[in-house]
Structures are given as C-alpha cells and as structure tokens.
Design a protein around this ligand. Structure first.
Ligand code: C2O
Ligand code: CU
Length: 433
C-alpha cells in the first residue's frame, strides 16, 4: 500500500439573526501569491508552537496528550509549528486538514515531505488565511496513527474575533470501540441561560456520524471551515458529519435554565448552567438536513459552467494484487493502485469533478489544498447556500458533482478519509502542470 497510509465577520452570531456570518465567496486566484509553494520564511511568526509526538504502545500523544493541544490562532496569523518526533518508530508528519496551505506545508509523507524519523523535527509555516474549524493529524501510516490519537484541532478565529458567548470545540474520536469527545466520555459546556454557543464539531473517526440536538433549535453555521449563508433554524432533523469533516452548530441555551444536548454517536455535549440536570439521550430524528438546499444562495465568485477541466472520479472495487497481496481493492476509473489517476490542471483552471460511487460502502472524499462547491447530487442541483467542502461523504450509489478553482499549485491528494480505504487504494492525485 501507500507509505503515507500504510471566517466570519465580528458580528457573526450563534443563531440570533440569520444573514450574518457569511464570509463571502471562496478564495480565488489573485488572492495569494501563487508562486509560493512554501509558507513565508522571511519574517517572524505570529504564533509559534512546538508539538512533540510520542508513541506508547498503540497510543500516540502530542505534548503528552491525546488529542494534542487545541491550537487557536487568528485569521491572518503566520503560524509556525515545529513537529518533534520523540519516539514514533514509523515516523510522523502533520497535515493541516482543511487548511489550504502552500503545497510544501501540507504534511503528506512521500508526497510533500519525508516522514520525520524518531529524533528528528520539521517546521511548518503557513498563513491562516481563512477563518474556520480545522484539524491536524499525522499523514504517515495515518490509518494507525490517527486512530491511535495523533491529531488535534485547529481553530482559526475571524480577524475581528469570535462572537459573544461560548465558542467550544468538540472532536469526536473512537478509541478501542469507546467513543470520546475531546478525549473524554462526554463534554459539559457551562453556559448561562440564554447564552449563545458555537459548537465546532470535528469527526476524526473513519465513519460518518449523524448528529442531533434536543433542547433548542440549532443552525448549521459553517461546514468544513466555510460559513453557511443565512442558515435557518433546524428542529427535528439530524446533521451529517462526514469522516474528516467539520460542522459548526450554533444555538442559544434556553432562558428557563434547562440544557441543550447534542448527540454525537454514543457521546454527547450538554450545554447549560452548571448544576442543571443532565437530560436523557433523545431519540434520533427521522429527517436529515440536506445541505444541498440549506440556507440562501449567494455568489460563488466563479462560474462552474465555464469549466476548463472536467474529471470523472468513479469509485469501484475489484479483486487484485497490491504488493503481492491478494484481496479486494478499491478502484478509481477502473484502475487499482499503483495505477492511480492523476488529475492534471493548470493554475487558474475552473475544475468540475463528478464523483460516482458504485462501491459497496460510503466514501468521505477529502481534497487537499482546496475547497470545492457542491453543484449537484444524483442530478439534483444545489439550491441553498453555497455548500463548500473539503470532506464530502459520498454515499453508496450516489453521484456528486463539485467544482473548484485550481488556485494552489502543487501535488495534492484527493482520497477517501475512511483511512483503511485509502490503504486499499482509494487515493488519487491532483497535479498542476
Ligand atoms: Cu485528513 Cu489526506 O487527510
Ligand atoms: Cu472510502
């Protein structure tokens, strides 16, 4: 298999007034110096952090904890992270999942850098250009290292600061069959009656989660670090949280002093005044919010109809040999590892991609270095807020069409974030000429 696998403005509110929090169209060519393949190295960093990776049996830590420390930086900051590998025998890297960093900072072992051997270190530098919820994880033997805890959350706070109220991360991760949130068996958020809460959900597992809430209506404020335009309140519907994906929920705790309970698949977040009784698990709603028609339309900033390149990403499965090992392997456009497709683009291209899943499983497809807008699912066009993703769950027998501007030169992975699927071949590359 593969070596590497073997923001919103200040007045953004949490569910008060729709219409705030829209961060505008996705960034395009012209907003950055595209000649830069590495982060700036000519000036002091605004935030400098050292993360020390260690392994103890099957458990991995960063600075002694699992998950690693939450990094909270401000939009526009030059972030410098020095990764030190204290004792991980297979080597480590850090990938900034969802952050559209310059290619050399992407942290993909065997593609953008060598894995950092035990005793070694590597420094990442990038400007946190886009506010939002992201995470970082090792991209070396990542199916084992992410599972074992080598990850953490990165929040890029809007330049103008976060809104009033609680702004809290909830990273869901399963260790040895036990679901956790931020490494614990549940999360309690102290919030006064009537206080707004922004809950930044991160799914670091391989499986898609269905998230639902009892106690107050919620809004989906952002998906994969990109604000939803004019999100409506949701009652009685679940929200899909793909593997690798992030969803920011906004709600206001009830004024009567009761709590809001968010179900995250075996663990929960409870927000309310300290001492308020824990509400019981609520029943899963039958409905699911369809992001294809959630929120209000807004300009994209580019025209997906004027595509310079159109690609097919057809996912299948067949019997074969990889490294001499027989088994069932994932295929892309009929090809199996190492004959993985290279989707070749030129800088500035508008790219449309059709992702068709005729496989026997769902596939959370993650595109590095870019965000894409979802155009349609099974031929049904998107009609809501621009739904902008870096991690898109493509269900069995579903076909999505997405579009993005190729504005970040380099070699980028486009792979399934059910990481054992990536081991079994579900990896393609986006390559700039
Ligand atoms: Cu979150 Cu290629 O990974
Ligand atoms: Cu998959």
């Amino acid at each position: 298999g593969h070596a590497e696998f073997g923001g919103g403005p200040a007045d953004e509110v949490h569910g008060g007034h729709a219409g705030h929090g829209w961060d505008g169209p996705p960034r395009q060519r012209g907003d950055r110096d595209v000649s830069e393949l590495t982060g700036p190295r000519d000036r002091p960093a605004d935030v400098a952090v050292e993360l020390v990776a260690a392994r103890d049996g099957g458990r991995y830590t960063l600075n002694g904890t699992t998950p690693g420390p939450e990094l909270r930086v401000t939009q526009g900051d030059l972030v410098e992270v020095t990764l030190v590998n204290e004792s991980v025998p297979d080597g480590v890297t850090l990938h900034w999942h969802g952050v559209d960093v310059p290619n050399a900072e992407d942290g993909v072992a065997g593609v953008t850098q060598d894995a950092v051997a035990a005793g070694g270190s590597h420094t990442y530098r990038f400007v946190a250009a886009d506010a939002g919820t992201y995470w970082y994880h090792s991209h070396q033997v990542s199916h084992a290292q992410v599972r074992g805890g080598l990850f953490g959350v990165l929040v890029v706070v809007p330049r103008a600061g976060v809104a009033a109220g609680q702004d809290v991360v909830a990273a869901v991760h399963t260790y040895g069959g036990e679901p956790t949130v931020n490494g614990a068996d549940g999360l309690r958020v102290d919030a006064a009656p009537g206080e707004p809460v922004r809950l930044r959900l991160v799914n670091t597992d391989n499986e898609v989660k269905r998230v639902w809430t009892a106690g107050a209506p919620v809004r989906v404020l952002a998906v994969d670090g990109r604000d939803v335009h004019e999100p409506d309140p949701v009652t009685d519907a679940a929200v899909t949280l793909p593997a690798g994906g992030r969803v920011d929920l906004g709600f206001t705790t009830p004024v009567d002093g009761t709590t809001v309970r968010v179900e995250l698949g075996g663990v929960a977040v409870v927000a309310g005044p300290p001492g308020a009784p824990d509400p019981p698990v609520s029943d899963p709603p039958a409905d699911t919010v369809d992001l294809l028609r959630y929120g209000e339309p807004a300009p994209l900033g580019f025209d997906p109809a004027a595509a310079d390149r159109v690609f097919d990403y057809r996912i299948g499965r067949r019997f074969g040999l990889v490294d001499g090992v027989p088994g069932m392997y994932w295929t892309i456009n009929g090809s199996m590892f190492p004959d993985v497709p290279m989707f070749v683009v030129a800088d500035g291209d508008v790219v449309r991609m059709r992702i068709e899943n005729s496989g026997a499983d769902n596939h959370p497809m993650h595109l590095h270095g870019h965000h894409a807008v979802v155009l349609s699912r099974d031929g049904v066009p998107a009609t809501g807020s621009p739904w902008i993703v870096d991690s898109l769950d493509v269900g069995r027998d579903e076909t999505y069409e997405i579009a993005f501007v190729a504005d970040n030169p380099g070699i980028w992975l486009d792979h399934c974030h059910d990481l054992p699927h990536a081991v079994d071949g579900l990896v393609a590359h986006l390559v700039y000429t």
